[in-house]
Design a protein around this ligand. Structure first.
Ligand code: NZQ
Ligand code: ZN
Length: 396
């Protein structure tokens, strides 16, 4: 297997490190657009501390608040306009994945004359791939997406009912400041969703890997087992800082490219489907994942049981009769689904009040945006529209 790895984001990790934000930001600029969400950072004092640290180091702050969960392209346009009007030379994202993703596209959009929606792959013939952006510092307040150390950004357009992504080198943050103290205030449900999201990032790479990859498999299993073990601790006691720190680093590792490097991964089918469902219903990202992932696993295990048998044995200590023991594979998936239920995540569309009326539409829309050239959703195995609908029905 030949592969390249690139991750230029510098990581600064540790409880209390928010105090270093100003000194860390200063080399990158002197007038920062500080991007935040719906107000959690103001309620818990993080915003004030971030501004104080920036100001103390001589970095001026221009506020850009109100980025919503499942960030909308309108918020991105507003952020770009503010950054241009105010002459910002640096972007600081202080929030969850939604804030970080919006900040990435804002940082690139400031240096692009066209509309930022051109950067998001939504089925257009010639997406704009940004090659440059304002320097971005990502300060996650929620452990989930790994956006702080990757080059992806997921943005929604409510008008066309599309939620999709941009992914290119220019979108890597220069620096990820990971201060697990900032995640202490995350409510129980969002904490559980973060754990589920990070696990799904790893399972997507693990089950869609086309190569024999003992090292990558064990790295992935290590992240999953840690997320389950430390996740249970955090959910039992939200003030457990050591467990919060483990979850935060697990979330970063799950999608920064290291675990999956060289595994010949072919697609992120569960995420692609979730993005479409989110575009129609504006649901929490991980809630969509925890509904679709077990159903997708049941579908994929029938075609390719060995990896699911390995998952059952190594994650849930089940004993298989052989590498093609489908019963054992399915039992492992059931145990995984039970874990998701235990931590409070939905596993059926009906739990979110979503019926089967639009299943064909979700399949068609997903395939319009991402397909393998033969009308199938990339993954192992690739999925036709009919197979997508079957999986969605299995999750209803
Ligand atoms: O908006 P505020 O008021 O800050 O509240 C947020 C929001 O309501 C709250 N929150 C965040 N930090 C908190 C806090 N509440 C209390 N204390 C804190 N410290 O949590 C809620 C959810 O925030 P959000 O940013 O939407 O969550 P998440 O980090 O899960 O991000 C989800 C978005 O990221 C995309 C998803 O599709 C979704 O749009 N993803 C981005 C990826 C990437 N860039 O690599 C990969 C993922 O697979 C995912 O698709
Ligand atoms: Zn995700």
């Amino acid at each position: 297997m030949k592969f390249d790895v690139l991750n230029p984001t510098r990581v600064v990790f540790g409880a209390g490190r928010l105090a270093d934000l100003g000194a860390l930001a200063k080399p990158y600029g002197s007038r920062a657009l500080l991007v935040t969400g719906g107000g959690s950072v103001k309620r818990n004092g993080t915003f004030e501390r971030a501004v104080a640290s920036l100001n103390q180091a001589g970095v001026e702050v221009v506020e850009c608040s109100g980025v919503e969960p499942n960030p909308k392209i309108g918020s991105v346009r507003k952020g770009i306009a503010t950054a241009l009007d105010e002459g910002c030379d640096l972007v600081v994202a202080l929030g969850g994945g939604s804030v970080m993703d919006a900040a990435k596209v804002i940082a690139a959009g400031v240096l692009y004359e066209g509309d930022p929606w051109d950067m998001i792959f939504h089925g257009q013939p010639n997406p704009y791939i940004p090659f440059t952006a304002l320097p971005l510092i990502a300060v996650p307040t929620l452990a989930a997406t790994g956006s702080e150390m990757n080059c992806g950004a997921v943005i929604s357009d409510p008008e066309s009912q599309v939620k999709s992504f941009a992914s290119t080198e220019a979108l890597y943050p220069k620096l990820a400041l990971l201060d697990p103290e900032l995640t202490l205030s995350v409510p129980r449900d969002q904490t559980a969703y973060g754990i589920a999201d990070l696990i799904t990032h790893v399972t997507e790479g693990y089950f869609n890997s086309s190569a024999e990859t003992p090292l990558q498999d064990r790295l992935a299993e290590g992240v999953i087992l840690t997320a389950m073990q430390e996740g249970r601790k955090v959910l039992a006691d939200g003030s457990d800082l050591a467990a919060r720190a483990q979850i935060q680093w697990a979330a970063t590792l799950a999608l920064n490219g290291w675990v999956s490097s060289g595994n010949g991964g072919v697609g992120f089918p569960v995420h692609m489907l979730e993005h479409t469902v989110s575009a129609y219903h504006d649901i929490t990202h991980a809630a969509g994942l925890t509904i679709i992932n077990p159903a997708w696993m049941r579908f994929a295990a029938k075609a390719r049981p060995a990896k699911f048998v390995q998952f059952a044995e190594r994650i849930f200590a089940l004993q298989a009769k052989g590498s093609d023991d489908l019963d054992c594979a399915l039992e492992g998936i059931q145990r995984f689904e039970a874990f998701l239920t235990e931590i409070g995540c939905p596993t059926r569309f009906s739990q979110l009040g979503i019926d089967d009326q639009l299943f064909e539409t979700y399949a068609r829309e997903t395939l319009r945006i991402v397909n393998d050239g033969q009308g199938r959703l990339p993954g192992l195995p690739p999925m036709s529209a009919a197979q997508i609908v079957d999986v969605l029905r299995d999750a209803s």
